[in-house]
Ligand binder design. Sequence first.
Ligand SMILES: [Zn+2]
Length: 85
Amino acid sequence: MPVRLGDDIDDFCIKCKRVMNHLVVSILGDAPAKVRCKTCYSDHDFRHEQAPPPKEKKPPVPKVLAALPSVDVLDEVVTEEAQEL
Ligand SMILES: [Zn+2]
């Protein structure tokens, strides 16, 4: 059965991060080209229910860690406290 505009179709929604019910809003040939999520109403290319590949991105170094004193400074503090005891 050919897909028609306005048909219900399952597809992976990027915003909902799961396979959701979609409406076909654009057709290319016999296949849906664009779909609209019926839950969040965002339009996107039809992705055949495939989740996008996870982005391999190194997490940024938190500024909090960069602001901490170096290990050497911490060592000095510990040593001084030990001498007072
Ligand atoms: Zn959605």
